[in-house]
Design a binder for this molecule. Structure first.
Ligand SMILES: *Cc1c(COP(=O)(O)O)cnc(C)c1O
Length: 374
């Protein structure tokens, strides 16, 4: 993993200097791997908002529930953070082409940023990936293959191609820079919580890179003396159809084992065995956190409920974190007064098929009856 001279960085990376910087992930430059500003590949990444969830929070018995909405980033998911920094650094290193396995959003983001950098993309994804992710990659001019299997199968195919052709391997955690981009999610939320940590952070965990990134960000800020020593309790949220981290956590293991025949509507977290599982588990144990699985029907129900309560259309993975928050509140693992932050990793707009119910079809001469409750 990337390491920095924190003492040197601390000379310019201060609370005061940050307050005056550009509102994007590039504001954390001392703690990012890019050497030259000129190598930045950017679509104008914004800081994502922490949205208070008062209506849903009050229904769940959580007085201070909020959601960090990563769906507003370029390409509609937080994968843009990893791609912005990963592709910029790849360009700086002179990379001309990369290959990666993906469940969809990483491919969409890396294809887009790659094209902007003049780097060719070779992408393999499961045939069951959301249609929009296939379209995104194609629109950006990437070479795309589907595999009759899971992301782990896509990973094996990419590994063979990387070995044979010697091109850049952009697989999760095979290169060290993607996580550095995702780490900015952690810096951002710490600034938004006025240089303190929330009590609980819930993260929809597939490869777990976002969770590891937030953890790394907090540790770096603590080492620089910019943040209290306390950690938030991390919650790794998974789907019941694919919960290797939960199974490992429950058995107090330090690594997970492959989850057979994994399946869930929350496609971004359908990762049967994560390369960085030991780092995710370490963050859970160190922080007094936990891991929890929720089923697909509660994910879809929660996605609708958030829309109805808050007007937010979030992705199924993000909805999983709120279904988990509801369950952990019920078990009293989370107390009413605690500051709880759920991470919504993408926009619901990317997954119409998960959400669309049967609607009534009217003839053009039909009339509708309106009974207002107002
Ligand atoms: C990739 C992805 C995740 C999982 O992220 P990791 O950091 O790899 O665990 C969750 N939600 C969405 C929408 C994703 O695209």
């Amino acid at each position: 993993m990337a390491r920095y001279d924190l003492l040197a960085a601390g000379k310019t990376f201060t609370r005061e200097s940050l307050a005056a910087r550009e509102p994007s992930l590039w504001r954390y430059s001392e703690l990012l791997p890019l050497r030259e500003t000129a190598n930045r590949i950017s679509f104008g990444e914004q800081l994502t908002p922490v949205v208070p969830m008062r209506a849903l929070g009050s229904a769940l018995g959580l007085d201070r529930l909020s959601l960090k909405d990563e769906g507003l980033l370029p390409t509609g998911s937080f994968k843009a953070r990893g791609a912005a920094v990963g592709i910029s650094r790849a360009r700086e290193l002179g990379v001309r082409a990369f290959a990666m396995p993906t469940n969809g959003n990483a491919g969409g983001a890396w294809a887009a940023y790659g094209t902007r950098a003049g780097i060719e993309a070779y992408i393999v994804m499961p045939k069951g990936a959301p249609a929009i992710n296939k379209v995104e990659c194609i629109v950006s001019g990437a070479h795309v293959w589907l595999v009759d299997g899971l992301i782990s199968d896509a990973g094996k195919i990419v590994a063979k191609a990387v070995a044979e052709y010697g091109i850049y391997d952009a697989s999760t955690l095979k290169e060290p820079y993607r996580i550095e981009g995702k780490k900015t999610l952690g810096f951002e939320l710490i600034e938004q919580f006025a240089w303190s940590v929330p009590d609980v952070i819930l993260y929809p965990t597939g490869g777990g890179v976002g969770l590891i990134g937030i953890y790394k960000a907090i540790r770096e800020l603590q080492a620089m003396g910019l943040l209290e020593e306390r950690l938030p309790r991390f919650v790794a949220v998974q789907a019941e159809g694919c919960a290797p981290i939960v199974r490992a956590f429950d058995a107090r293991q330090t690594e997970s084992t492959f989850w057979k025949d994994s399946q869930t509507v929350a496609f971004g977290i359908n990762v049967p065995k994560a390369l960085g599982d030991f780092l995710v588990l370490e963050a859970l144990y160190e922080s007094g956190g936990t891991a929890i699985a929720v089923d697909d029907s509660s994910i879809v129900a929660m996605q609708r409920r958030i829309g109805q309560a808050e007007g937010l259309f979030i992705c199924p993975e993000g909805a999983a974190t709120l279904a988990a928050a509801a369950e952990l509140r019920r078990r009293e693992w989370i107390a009413r007064h605690e500051r709880v932050l759920a991470i919504n990793t993408g926009t619901g707009l990317k997954y119409p098929d998960v959400t669309l119910p049967e609607l009534e079809l009217l003839q053009p001469d039909a009339t509708i009856r309106i009974e207002t409750h107002k």
